[in-house]
Design a protein around this ligand. Structure first.
Ligand code: PLP
Length: 380
């Protein structure tokens, strides 16, 4: 058997919506983008959503919109995809890593204050695998120290913690519609915010800084436009929005299926010797973007190879960012600097988790993982 690491769940109706846009005259950012933004804002319970072409751009533009740039420090986590800290570098600021909690892999709020300096301007938590960071604590620290909070919610579209969803306590929350995310348009992203003025600024920053969009300029009578700030080219187009909008109707059904798969994995692996699992905290609706297991660090790479030999698609989310060549060279980071993130990075393996997984595929993954784990305990 072969179990793909990920398969999308696009349906004929999604493809039809895209075809409809392709048969229309207006392909770039227009009515369909606006409709998607409105629907996503309603789902998240925030006032504004601004669609962009990636979560990386969402993070970058959010940092710029809140005035973060050269000389500023942004506190973030080394247990994430490189986009989180790369976006800080794109803005010209310096990422300052804080180690993570062992049980969740999320930024350890209790260690934030010791990294705050007069240059610190923002905190950028990542809701790892779909389990939200402690946003109430992070908001409390940020308010006391005069910082802003930009959430990397790439994994956490459906997530909630203590009644708080992405974008409610942060100045902005950034989402990804990359090929393997919970809803996808191949590439795509969005910024969710309750700030009216920043939403307006973000709409300009995603389109060269122009004060009128193509829809403003061409679907009505032509009107002159002006450029008020230096922006980027990051606007989400009607084609991608058409692919995304129907997926939002099914987002909770898809989440329920992933929740069920995660429960089956968890039941099976909590009994397996030598396998570690992340904790699910009480009061959290886990968005179930990724399901990871931990192997002994000296067995991890053989575990990856063994699962792939058995036809199970796997990934590693993530090896700690500060140890990647560029970050280690640029900032002089060394092994030992963020030991909890390193321990996760050395042990972690991600298993297939998507609504289209069939029951026999789930059983097959459980069987493959369990027999790999048994081989470690029998050998030692
Ligand atoms: C996927 C991902 C991103 C980047 O998303 P893009 O849309 O590919 O730019 C950022 N942060 C995290 C945690 C991610 O997993």
């Amino acid at each position: 058997m072969k179990v793909d690491f990920y398969r999308h769940s696009l349906e004929e109706s999604d493809i039809e919506r895209v075809t409809e846009v392709l048969r229309s005259t207006f392909l770039t950012t227009g009515e369909v983008t606006a409709a998607f933004e409105k629907k996503l804002a309603a789902y998240l319970g925030v006032k504004h959503v601004v669609g962009v072409m990636s979560c990386t751009q969402a993070l970058h533009l959010s940092l710029l919109a809140w005035g973060i740039g050269p000389g500023d420090e942004v506190i973030t986590t080394p247990m994430t995809f490189i986009a989180s800290s790369n976006a800080v570098l794109h803005a010209g600021a310096t990422p300052v890593f804080v180690d993570v909690e062992k049980r969740t892999g999320n930024l350890d709020a209790g260690r934030i204050e010791e990294k705050i300096t007069p240059r610190t301007r923002a905190i950028l938590p990542v809701h790892l695998y779909g389990q939200m960071s402690d946003m109430k604590e992070i908001r409390w620290i940020a308010d006391r120290r005069g910082l802003i909070v930009i959430e990397d919610a790439a994994h956490c579209l459906e997530g909630e913690r203590d009644g708080v969803r992405p974008g409610r306590l942060g100045e902005a929350a950034c989402l990804s519609f990359y090929a393997t995310k919970n809803i996808t348009s191949g590439e795509g992203g969005a910024i969710a915010t309750n700030d009216d003025r920043k939403a307006d600024l973000l709409r300009r920053l995603r389109l060269h800084g122009m004060d009128k969009s193509a829809a403003d300029r061409y679907t009505k009578l032509y009107r002159h436009w002006d450029m008020s700030v230096l922006g980027w080219k990051a606007n989400l187009d009607n084609i991608k929005a058409a692919l995304l909008i129907g997926q939002l109707d099914r987002v909770e059904d898809r989440w329920r299926r992933r929740e069920e798969i995660a429960r089956r994995y968890r039941d099976a692996f909590s009994r397996a010797p030598g396998l570690g699992l992340m904790s699910d905290l009480p009061g959290v609706k886990h968005a179930r973007h990724l399901f990871t297991v931990h192997a002994p660090p000296d067995r991890r790479d053989a575990f990856l190879a063994g699962l792939q030999e058995r036809g199970v698609g796997v990934a590693v989310n993530y090896r700690a960012v500060h140890l990647l060549d560029y970050y280690a060279r640029q900032f002089g980071f060394r092994r030992g600097d963020y030991p909890v993130a390193e321990a996760i990075g050395d042990a972690t393996v991600t298993l297939p988790l998507y609504p289209g997984l069939k029951d026999e595929e789930i059983e097959y993954v459980i069987e493959a993982v369990s027999s790999e784990a048994e081989s470690w305990s029998s050998r030692c």
